[in-house]
Design a protein around this ligand. Structure first.
Ligand code: PMT
Length: 398
């Protein structure tokens, strides 16, 4: 289950030109399984009509503390009790000032006073206003009070000025909300993840590779970052964006991945080797494109280094996790790899199964531990697999 599945998120919209982006935040949250309610200030309603939010959220927008709700609900209290998290986007200088100073004179600021769940405040305004001492003082105050404040983007603003103050893109705001909702139990830990496929060139236009999309490794890197770790990823070629706050080393071949992993392994507390590495590479890579001169051809291959095995031999205190991609005899093959590569844990997946392994958004994994324990898991989203894996690792290193 994703982090936002079945969560109730309240979006507070205050009056700025970026209010239109809150519609996209709402849609994004719903796409991830959350239910959304919206509170607007009167000024916000001048930028985007409440009807837009009402139609999309399925709930009437809350705008007046004194309004009579048909259900008899006191919404600034009941929504505050029910909400799993709150996003204020855009948060204007006025709204930031009110919340920082305990002023509750409209629906949004009154609601915030009653909220006990995490609040992500997303300032958006003119650069001079954002950099003013009053706004910066109020933002410091909000952080000290336990609010999560997202730095605005820099760029050309609606007022024509270029500088900080732009509301970040909705997917990024939702991504940061997921971090806010995650435990910080990996704080202080450094995690090194390898992800994606390797590519072994045949000639300048052709190569040998595999079906790894990078999804599994990227979800592990993302989940580790959400949970407070400092994350580095050594990644083969994928079409995925690097998760925010994760530093990435891009490689193509197994030889390049070997070099990058060995160079970075000493700086890691936990190493998770998800990448699908080509066991063999082409012995003599052609300098020019090979022409089709005969009906068949033989390409001579030579063995690539086993990166995971090398890390297993060199490791000191790192917790080392490998993956085993199998089409049969999962248990025997995974246990053999666990032992021969000196791992603390190996994650086995049957890659020929529907909804498991390469390319899919889900995976069905079995965890084999060096102490002989085994954990069978059902088919889950790769994000959920990542979190379950981190839970198991944490239970063994703390
Ligand atoms: O990227 P996705 O599309 O999301 O797919 C996910 C996945 C199927 C790639 C992933 O779940 C997975 O199974 N990764 C391991 C792929 C693999 O190479 O498995 P293997 O059984 O061949 O290798 C065992 C372990 O040794 C792996 O951790 C591998 O990274 C490592 N290895 C293998 C060969 C080699 N020369 N060097 C290595 O380090």
């Amino acid at each position: 289950m994703g982090l936002l599945q079945n969560k109730l998120i309240v979006i507070g919209v205050s009056g700025g030109i970026a209010a239109y982006k809150s519609v996209e935040i709402l849609r994004q949250l719903q796409k991830e399984g959350a239910s959304v309610r919206v509170i607007m200030t009167r000024n916000a309603a001048a930028f985007v009509g409440p009807l837009t939010f009402e139609a999309l959220s399925g709930y009437s927008v809350y705008m007046d503390v004194v309004e009579k709700d048909v259900s008899g609900e006191i919404r600034h209290i009941s929504w505050a009790d029910k909400a799993d998290a709150v996003i204020i986007a855009p948060a204007t200088a006025n709204m930031i000032g009110k919340i920082a100073n305990g002023i509750a004179d409209d629906a949004l600021s009154t609601f915030i006073m009653a909220v006990r769940t995490p609040v992500l405040i997303c300032p958006a305004m003119n650069s001079n206003m954002y950099e003013s001492r009053a706004v910066q003082r109020n933002l410091d105050c909000l952080e000290a009070d336990g609010f999560h404040v997202l730095e605005p983007d820099s760029g050309e603003l609606a007022c024509g000025v270029t500088g900080p103050g732009r509301l970040p893109d909705p997917p990024f705001i939702v991504d940061r909300l997921k971090k806010v909702l995650s435990p910080s139990d990996l704080k202080g830990k450094r995690v090194l993840v390898s992800a994606g496929p390797t590519i072994e060139p045949i000639d300048p236009v052709r190569y040998i590779s595999n079906h790894s999309s990078g999804k599994m490794g990227y979800e592990i890197a993302r989940a580790a970052e959400y949970r407070g770790a400092e994350v580095k990823m050594v990644t083969g070629k994928t079409s995925l964006p690097v998760p925010f706050n994760v530093s990435a080393v891009n490689v193509l071949s197994a030889a390049e991945m070997y070099e990058a992993m060995i160079r970075n392994m000493d700086d890691a507390d936990i190493i998770i080797k998800v990448a699908a590495v080509a066991d063999y590479r082409v012995k003599d890579v052609a300098e020019h494109k090979i022409k089709k001169t005969s009906d068949d051809m033989i390409i001579k291959l030579e063995k690539n280094p086993d990166i995971l095995k090398a890390i297993g031999e060199k490791k000191k205190n790192q917790f080392l996790v490998g993956f085993a991609a199998e089409t049969r005899d999962l248990r025997e093959n995974a246990l053999a790899k666990l032992k021969s590569k000196n791992l603390d844990m190996i994650v086995g997946n049957v890659v020929s199964e529907e909804g498991s392994g390469f390319g899919s958004d889900t995976n069905r994994v079995t965890l084999f531990y060096a102490d002989g324990n085994i954990d069978h898991m059902p088919v889950m989203g790769k994000d959920a697999v990542a979190n379950a894996l981190i839970d198991r690792i944490l239970a063994r290193i703390i």
